[in-house]
Design a protein around this ligand. Structure first.
Ligand SMILES: NC(=O)C1=CN([C@@H]2O[C@H](COP(=O)(O)OP(=O)(O)OC[C@H]3O[C@@H](n4cnc5c(N)ncnc54)[C@H](OP(=O)(O)O)[C@@H]3O)[C@@H](O)[C@H]2O)C=CC1
Ligand SMILES: CC(=O)C(=O)O
Ligand SMILES: [Mg+2]
Length: 418
């Protein structure tokens, strides 16, 4: 980052009030009468109701619109294990996005816990006051164990954003990019650099949507995940392929698709040059991608390129997912965010990309024109129609798959593409 951008960012976070979020009250509390409602004695009534029927917490408290964004600070963006407290600006950032894009309230919670079990128990013990748990920036492989244990313990959605949020956006963007390239997902040869939270979940979802396991090379710091390696954990073993190829450069030769969820600057010009015609390159490491779009476009004029950043076309970033997915899940008081709901979100995002782009988006991005094509494979986060396409589709999928506690919300319209 340039020095002036660094200073601007620090000033943005410091002034006029340190940090990015605060709480505000939703009921009047200015008279003796209102005080006796908000607090004692009036508050005793909802307490008694919830004691008798825990679901009344959705009626009488903020639970139904409240998500906990929780980290241990072990994989913050692509910055690595910076610790729980240093992860707080990102968690506050997620809170801003939840509120700004989908009016979901958030408490950010940073947990100091070296032992996986301590982290799980801490989250389980504070979970009942929330409508959902968004796990964030927790490194693999412990993120898989943490998420699974919490899903089993809790009756509210537990969603590791770096896994499933990222997977959903990657799948939507990639299916659209392949449509432009004119290749079916089942025929696409895919390289995924990064076999952690984002990489494993994204390749799992791509397989569920039709990608062939033997067309995927997954790569970590030690090279391609192959059956000849003896140093693979059980999550990586799921993607081990029988191949003589070893390195990232080997994997990239002839590949149609590169997905980077690893770290900055790991893809060379030579690797990019060795990919198939019309290569699709998603360099998604934040804040700095695996290869810069400027360099990538110099090497390949036939590329379809995306990053995780806001300052280039095609921002493939989980900001397009978690606010809208949780909105739909919360509005039907879902017990989980399951595969059907995730695939519904993929389809909603894909469908919206094919719609004409409204003037307010062109204005926000200072463009005269945008339409479905190599520079527009995924909607923009500021597109207000995300609320029309994603939450209703997710809510409907929750109902159809039996994890909703209530019916399709009266204030919703069915998603336009369904
Ligand atoms: N655009 C978006 O929406 C999102 C982007 N990301 C980005 O993806 C990256 C990974 O995040 P996440 O999956 O949560 O992190 P994890 O820590 O769970 O996984 C990181 C993975 O990247 C691999 N890796 C790291 N450095 C290298 C390297 N030098 N060479 C090869 N492989 C490497 C690791 O290899 P090994 O297993 O060998 O250690 C590991 O498999 C981050 O940069 C993050 O910003 C993540 C989520 C969303
Ligand atoms: C976007 C995001 O969640 C990440 O880079 O970790
Ligand atoms: Mg993250």
């Amino acid at each position: 980052m340039f020095d002036d951008l660094k200073k601007e960012s620090l000033d943005y976070h410091e002034f006029p009030t340190p940090g990015k979020i605060a709480t505000h009250v939703t009921k009047p509390c200015t008279t003796q009468q209102e005080l006796s409602m908000a607090y004692t004695p009036g508050v005793a009534e909802p307490v008694r109701a919830i004691e008798k029927n825990p679901d009344d917490a959705f009626r009488f408290t903020s639970k139904g619109n409240l998500v906990a964004v929780i980290t241990d600070g072990t994989a913050v963006l692509g910055l690595g294990n910076v610790g729980a407290l240093a992860g707080k600006p990102v968690m506050e950032g997620k809170a801003v996005l939840f509120k700004r894009f989908a009016d979901v309230d958030v408490y950010d919670i940073e947990v100091e816990a070296e032992k996986t079990e301590d982290f799980i128990n801490t989250v389980a013990r504070i979970a009942s006051g929330f409508g959902g748990i968004n796990l964030e920036d927790i490194a693999a492989p412990r993120c898989f164990e943490i998420e699974q244990a919490l899903i089993e313990k809790l009756d509210i959605p537990v969603f590791h954003d770096d896994q499933h949020g990222t997977a959903i956006i990657i799948c939507a963007g990639l299916l659209n990019a392949l449509e432009i390239k004119g290749k079916a997902l089942k025929d696409a040869r895919i390289v995924c650099l990064g076999a952690g939270a984002a990489g494993i979940a994204s390749m799992r979802l791509l397989k569920a949507l039709g990608a062939r396991a033997d067309n995927i090379f997954m790569v970590d710091r030690k090279g391609i995940l192959s059956t000849s390696r003896s140093n693979l954990n059980r999550y990586k073993q799921e993607f081990a392929v029988d191949t003589e190829r070893k390195t990232l450069a080997d994997a990239m030769r002839g590949a149609d698709v590169f997905i980077g969820v690893s770290g900055p600057g790991l893809v060379t010009e030579a690797m990019l040059a060795s990919m198939a015609d019309k290569p699709i390159v998603f360099a998604l490491s934040n804040p700095d991608p695996e290869i810069s779009p400027v360099l990538a476009h110099k090497v390949r004029d036939d590329i379809i390129m995306a990053t995780g950043r806001s300052d280039y076309p095609n921002q493939v970033n989980n900001v397009l997912g978690f606010p809208f997915i949780f909105r739909g899940a919360l509005d039907v008081r879902a017990r989980a965010i399951n595969d059907a709901m995730q695939i519904a979100a993929v389809e909603g995002l894909r469908a919206l990309t094919h719609e004409p782009v409204p003037a307010e988006i062109l204005e926000a991005y200072r463009k005269d024109h945008m339409e479905f094509g190599p520079d527009y494979i995924i909607p923009k986060p500021f597109d207000p129609r995300l609320m029309d396409f994603v939450p209703p589709a997710v809510a409907q999928a929750a109902i159809d798959s039996g994890v909703a506690r209530c019916g399709f919300p009266k204030h919703y319209k069915p998603a336009p593409h369904l």
